[in-house]
Design a protein around this ligand. Sequence first.
Ligand SMILES: Nc1ncnc2c1ncn2[C@@H]1O[C@H](COP(=O)(O)OP(=O)(O)OP(=O)(O)O)[C@@H](O)[C@H]1O
Ligand SMILES: [Mg+2]
Length: 272
Amino acid sequence: MENIRQAVERAKGRPQQHGGVGFEPSLQPNRRSFGDTNEPKERAEEIELDLAHLHSKRIVAYDGKDLHSRHFDMLRTEVLRSMDLKGWKTLAVTSPTPNCGKTLTAINLALSMARQPERQVLLADLDLRKAQVAGSLGLKCREGVLGVIEGRIDVDRAIICARAGGSRLEVLPTASTSDSSDLVGSSAMKNLLHDITGHGPSRIIILDLPPLLTGHDVITILPQVDCVLLVAAVGTSTISEIEECNKHLQTTDVVRFVLNKVPESEAGYAYC
Ligand SMILES: Nc1ncnc2c1ncn2[C@@H]1O[C@H](COP(=O)(O)OP(=O)(O)OP(=O)(O)O)[C@@H](O)[C@H]1O
Ligand SMILES: [Mg+2]
């Protein structure tokens, strides 16, 4: 906690940069097949993501040569080292309050991991109040998570296979709903999480979650994840909010803390 406190204190009051904080990733065409085990019988066609759209959303990690990708690649390396060591497969990305950069971090981290040929990566949008993953990637969400938990579609059919640059990943998008709390706590959601985590040892699942302190959704999901990446932002997050998160995360492994929107000159301590 002390290193987190120091990072936030050092960055406090400095102007935000528009680069990013400390992560990287990317995608590649036809490099490997999805689902080494339990491969779904029917798999949707692979969709090529629009790189100009991704760039406009600060999504860069499909391109390992992009300078901003290096932060996500460093984060990827550290997160995967910890996850591999413990045999963890499911990573939840959350933050104290809104607008800290969870979705951007989750997407870039997923793309960075997906550049590694041996990794199979599924990015799932479980922020049912404020779905952002499909829009950020330029994808249309047809049924997605809501379709699965409301019984209209099988999870394998809701997953979109996407490709961008050197990265190839699976995306489980969602539409937003006002019913979020009820749905997140439902047995259908538990089954969905069980299904997507049961695809064999090579699949990493990244969950883009809502903020931890603005509702019960994250606390409800936490027992079903292996570890958490906590994203805070300079100029948005306070020490007391991070301490409050820490209390909620007492029984959950926090694999890394990311301090986002850090000035370029301070990027060296962007995560710990
Ligand atoms: N390092 C950064 N530098 C500049 N802008 C950033 C950075 N990180 C995120 N942003 C911008 O901040 C805004 C919020 O980012 P994002 O949507 O990823 O946050 P979030 O935590 O998912 O928000 P919400 O709680 O609303 O889901 C976006 O416009 C995003 O482009
Ligand atoms: Mg978000």
